[in-house]
Ligand binder design. Structure first.
Ligand code: CUK
Ligand code: CUA
Length: 639
């Protein structure tokens, strides 16, 4: 069969699968009795796991408790969030600065927990921005975005933010190749000559978590899709799936899926480090932003950086090797032992498993099938451990249980398939409703999975919930995998489109949770540490209101002397020192959102009044029996 026809066939199957009739008629689509009890967490009891789920095109990260599926928090990352004043307060606006200016939205696909010795450690969770390429680090002490770094020479940062086993690096592979160099105004049809891909290796400071782009590999112009680090014996390597090895500038199936096999790129990053030390990197001028939130000053420091070190693996040999992988590779997952690398061709009807040992031998023996753009291509058979035959249709992603089994999601046939890695044998399959994308086992991409559950993140919801007009809730499904057979125990809706997610035993995170900020440690420039110091200070056309909030009043609460056109800055310090007593702040007519101020913290809202009048302001977060009284007036006079 011609490749085009095969593609067409698969797409037809996909479309057919979206019809309700596709619900397998012999499957238990509802749960009851024992199964439901497994997901029940009694009122007042805590969940066993935190589940950090990408919010897709909402740009946010959502946090669910498992097994209950209760939504615990939405952490704003790449999009503004009025609920928390994120992207509206002067303190947080800088987080969304980029070389393109203020970008208040993005598309978050993947989450990755930090690891120590290959185990999830609960310190940070990283997230990628797909549209304007960025990587964020969320601090799990505060559940806040602590840092965002932009990626130069990149576009569509999809193959990200996967990490090495001691969080030495977070990587980011570009989805779209882009023109490189000073003149980027080139014909699109000059893709093959002018467009390049890039893989960014972002170092993470062990103590602070601060991110820096250590180096970039400039690669042939292919599309990087997903990746995972080696671990154990393969620590020091990274594996990236890529498609469009035709280097077509239009991705209609006929162009980009011509080749029977695209690639997995094996990267020896330890070797790249050696070249870097030996001064083989080339410094390139580029512009990119980095923003960090400081927990003591409660302010964001945003800076523009202008240099990155680039290594060229077509010149510096022994860094990169291509391995053929059938039909539009997507997921690229490394098992807990570090020996097996599972590729997934979206349009394939088999799952290839590569062997790290065989890859090393193939490199030693030069078992190559020539080169692609100056990079050796290892012979498929020389790298292959074996293929899982007829596992399902449209394999996407694989997670592991640490007991020798893999769980692969199949988009087209809408199911999770459990298979034994060594024997390449299918052991069990369950339908998902409908068309699963990613899946997650707690710690399922680490060396030590905590394999009690697998969660499916589905692309289509259809009839699983009450209809809510044309748009339905996005959907996740929880399966118990403690026995031989997978068992569906819960459906729960998610925000945005859930792509990848990770889960971690709750105590690893909760034991370090920050409950409040100590007021005496507050180093904000505009802090007011006691009500008596509250004041209004004019500097030219800037009016600084140094305000405090404590149950149940603001100081000052009557403000006069402001003129139309002044820049008014409300610097509100929450003087509370009790857990869970935030105050809010909003003023009538201000064309941005509210502030939400945690105990001990200072946050600033900027307002430029346009009309004379008296404007009420109030606390937006119900804080005491006298919450409604927590209010005030600001008078604005004609200039
Ligand atoms: S993914 Cu981004 S298109 Cu399979 Cu990680 Cu959903
Ligand atoms: Cu403070 Cu309501």
């Amino acid at each position: 069969m011609k490749p085009f026809n095969q593609t067409f066939l698969l797409l037809t199957v996909t479309a057919a699968c979206w019809l309700p009739a596709c619900k397998p008629n012999n499957a238990a689509t509802a749960v009851s009795g024992d199964a439901a009890a497994k997901a029940y967490v009694a009122p007042g009891k805590y969940d066993e796991f935190y589940n950090f789920v990408s919010g897709g095109f909402s740009g946010q990260l959502s946090v669910y408790g498992l097994p209950s599926g209760r939504l615990l928090r939405v952490i704003p990352v790449f999009s503004v969030d009025p609920e928390k004043g994120y992207g509206y307060s002067e303190n947080s606006k800088g987080m969304l600065n980029t070389s393109h200016g203020f970008v208040p939205w993005d598309d978050l696909h993947h989450t990755e927990l930090s690891q120590t010795n290959g185990e999830v450690d609960g310190r940070w969770v990283f997230a990628n921005a797909n549209n304007t390429p960025r990587v964020a680090r969320v601090d799990l002490k505060t559940f806040r975005t602590a840092e965002i770094i932009e990626l130069p020479n990149s576009a569509g940062n999809h193959s990200s933010p996967f990490i090495t086993e001691n969080t030495e690096y977070v990587v980011a592979g570009t989805r779209f190749s882009v023109p490189i160099g000073d003149n980027q105004d080139v014909p699109i049809s000059s893709y093959k000559q002018n467009f390049k891909g890039s893989l960014s290796f972002i170092s993470v400071d062990k103590g602070t978590g601060n991110m820096d782009i250590a180096f970039q590999l400039q690669t042939p112009g292919v599309n990087f899709d997903l990746s995972h680090a080696g671990k154990g014996p393969s620590h020091g390597w990274f594996f990236f799936s890529c498609y469009n090895s035709e280097q077509a500038n239009t991705l209609l199936e006929v162009n980009a899926s011509q080749r029977d096999k695209d690639f997995i790129l094996a990267v020896n990053w330890k070797k790249a480090e050696e070249y870097l030390k030996a001064g083989k990197g080339v410094k390139k001028n580029v512009k990119y932003s980095r923003s960090r939130y400081d927990e003591r000053s409660h302010m964001t420091k945003s800076e523009m950086l202008n240099e990155v070190t680039v290594l060229d693996p077509a010149v510096l040999k022994d860094i990169c090797y291509f391995i053929p992988c059938p039909k539009s590779p997507h997921g690229c997952d490394v098992d807990p032992s570090g020996e097996y690398i599972v590729g997934s061709g979206k349009l394939a009807a088999l799952v290839p498993v590569f062997s790290y040992t065989k890859i090393q031998k193939a490199i030693a023996d030069k078992a190559y099938d020539g080169e692609f753009e100056g990079i050796p291509v290892i012979k498929y058979e020389a790298a292959l451990y074996g293929e899982v035959q007829k596992p399902g249709l449209g394999p996407l992603h694989t997670e592991f249980d640490g007991k020798g089994n893999a769980y692969t999601s199949f988009f087209v046939s809408s199911e999770i398939v459990k298979w034994n890695i060594k024997e390449l044998k299918v052991l069990d399959r369950v339908p998902t409703y409908y068309s699963i994308g990613h899946l997650c086992v707690p710690g399922g991409d680490s060396r030590k999975p905590n394999a009690k559950y697998v969660i499916a993140y589905n692309k289509i919801t259809k009839d699983r919930y009450l209809p809510t007009g044309p748009e339905l809730a996005q959907s996740a499904q929880l399966f118990d995998i403690s026995g031989d057979k997978m068992q569906l125990i819960l459906d729960f809706p998610t925000i945005g489109e859930p792509h990848y997610a990770q889960a971690i035993a709750a105590d690893l995170v909760s034991k370090n949770s920050t409950k409040l900020y100590k007021i005496e440690e507050n180093t904000n420039t505009y802090v007011t540490k006691g009500e008596k110091e509250a004041k209004v200070v004019r500097e030219g056309n800037k009016v600084h209101v140094y305000a405090t909030s404590i149950r149940s009043h603001f100081a000052p609460d009557n403000i006069e002397g402001v003129k139309v056109g002044d820049e008014v800055y409300f610097h509100v310090t929450n003087l509370e020192q009790d857990w869970d007593i935030p105050h809010g702040f909003a003023v009538k007519g201000a064309n941005n959102a509210e502030l939400l101020i945690m105990p001990g913290e200072t946050q600033t809202l900027k307002w430029v009044p346009e009309k004379p009048g008296v404007y009420p302001f109030y606390c937006t977060d119900f804080c005491s029996a006298l919450h409604q009284e927590m209010s005030g007036y600001i008078r604005v006079s004609a200039p």
